[in-house]
Write a protein that binds this ligand. Structure first.
Ligand code: UD1
Length: 418
């Protein structure tokens, strides 16, 4: 298993290009199940998770080929209907094939995702959506079996809680259902809008995306399209925090500042200088941060996927901050690892009290999930001495060439093969 060795202490200075968003690419790839024409995704990020999705689609007879940074997806003569446990267990987002398979094929058999390090993460809302659209859903031997032989029918669906994945599954399923579907209390994440825009380019009729009420008028068929994947706001946010924690100056290219308002406001409050243009963000910091309290929330709130990174930043603050996690239970697995590096953190329920320290010290640490592991990289960048991060396959799930991008700005990170 590979590990990263991080020599701490330097400031980051330079330019970092931001890749297409993993969390947008995964649902976009599933949209290829909705048409027999080619779907071309430009700026597709080549990551462990998007490769797993490619493998899953391949098992359903959707052929994927890459040309430069584009992924071309094209359905074969017949599409499979079963997403097997072997593939689904690697990646929870596999549940996103449920809606497209059901609306296109009238049936689907999708393994239930296994337990996940950041909480139980059920799929009841995905199932609720399919039932509301008229599918018969049963659970058997760890699989979701869904059937709608006569096709799906539009409905009014009110989400009892906001779910990104269930909203995406609903968009895809309803795009070819009979009649109108209205989603109430839908997720508003930029990745939802990106999916809706791609589906519209394929001939769907979706309005209201980006707000909490989305209307979908079902159409008979969808065609192919070429779509550019939205820039990864979590990757950009991670590098913005990396610039700030090292008191450096970094320009993030190919990014959407308007997708990062909550983080940028928080970084500014902490003392960072932020200048944003249409496609770039400049971030600079010259001192240790002031403490800032945050609470994670669905978009446009502070993203749960940046909570661990922000906590690493607050470990260096001149004072104490409160970090509350409201989306996932058990998403503080980075805390004991940060404490191994000298951080002072107390967790009580969903809130962590972080008391800033004068310095972190390098240590051997263990990655537990994607965002937790990158928070340890950030801490390693500012720590005195050497940090060794084990189990970095978690990082490779979601960050394209992380160490190359950081090293280009002066970081000293080496990947060691074992
Ligand atoms: C997506 C992102 C993930 C991010 C999360 C929240 C992808 C591939 N992943 O995950 O990086 O952290 O949004 O921004 O886009 N829930 C249920 N029942 C369900 C579905 C969800 O109770 O059927 C709960 C979850 O356990 C969680 C909350 O709803 O507590 C939000 O989860 P959701 O928005 O669905 O997250 P994902 O789509 O899985």
């Amino acid at each position: 298993m590979d590990k990263l060795v991080i020599e701490g202490g330097g400031k980051l200075n330079g330019v970092i290009p931001i890749s297409g968003a993993k969390n947008a690419a995964l649902p976009l790839m599933c949209a290829a199940l909705l048409t027999d024409e080619p779907l071309i995704l430009e700026g597709w990020p080549d990551l462990a998770d998007t490769r797993s999705m490619r493998e899953l689609l391949q098992s359903l007879n959707i052929e994927g080929t890459t040309k430069g940074e584009s992924l071309h997806l094209k359905a074969g003569a017949s599409i499979g209907i079963e997403a097997s446990y072997d593939i689904v267990r690697k990646m929870r987002a596999s549940i996103l094939v449920l809606g497209p398979l059901l609306t296109r094929m009238g049936q689907a058999k999708v393994s239930l995702p296994g337990g996940c390090a950041i909480g139980s993460r059920p799929v009841d809302l995905h199932i609720m959506v399919m039932e509301k659209l008229g599918a018969r859903v049963t659970l058997e031997d760890g699989y979701v079996l869904a059937e709608a032989k006569q096709g799906l029918t539009g409905n009014r669906i009110t989400f009892p809680m906001i779910s990104v994945g269930a909203t995406e599954n609903a968009l895809m399923a309803a795009s070819m259902a009979k009649g109108q579907t209205v989603l109430i209390n839908a997720a508003r994440e930029p990745e939802i809008s990106d999916l809706a825009e791609c589906l519209n380019a394929m001939g769907a009729n979706i309005t209201g995306h980006g707000t909490s009420t989305i209307t979908i008028e079902g159409v008979d068929r969808l065609n192919g399209a070429t779509h550019r994947v939205v820039p990864d706001r979590i990757e950009a946010g991670t590098f913005a925090i990396a610039a700030a924690i090292t008191q450096g100056e970094v320009r993030l290219e190919n990014t959407r500042a308007d997708h990062l308002d909550a983080l940028m406001a928080t970084l500014t409050q902490a003392g960072a200088r932020v200048d944003a243009g249409d496609h770039h963000i400049m971030i600079a910091m010259t001192d240790r941060p002031q403490p800032v309290d945050i609470s994670t929330d669905p978009y446009p709130g502070f993203p749960t996927d940046l909570q661990a990174q922000f906590m690493a930043f607050m470990c260096m603050a001149r004072g104490a901050s409160r970090i509350s996690e409201t989306i996932f239970e058990n998403r503080f697995m980075h805390v004991p690892e940060l404490m191994r590096m000298g951080a002072k953190i107390n967790v009580s329920g969903g809130t962590a009290l972080v008391r800033g320290v004068d310095a972190l010290v390098g240590a051997p640490v263990m990655a537990t999930d994607l965002r937790a592991s990158v928070s340890l990289v950030l801490a390693g960048l500012v720590a005195d001495g050497k940090t060794t991060l084990q189990r970095i396959y978690h990082l490779d799930r979601g960050y394209y060439q992380l160490e190359h991008k950081l090293n280009a700005c002066g970081a000293r990170i080496t990947r060691v093969k074992e």
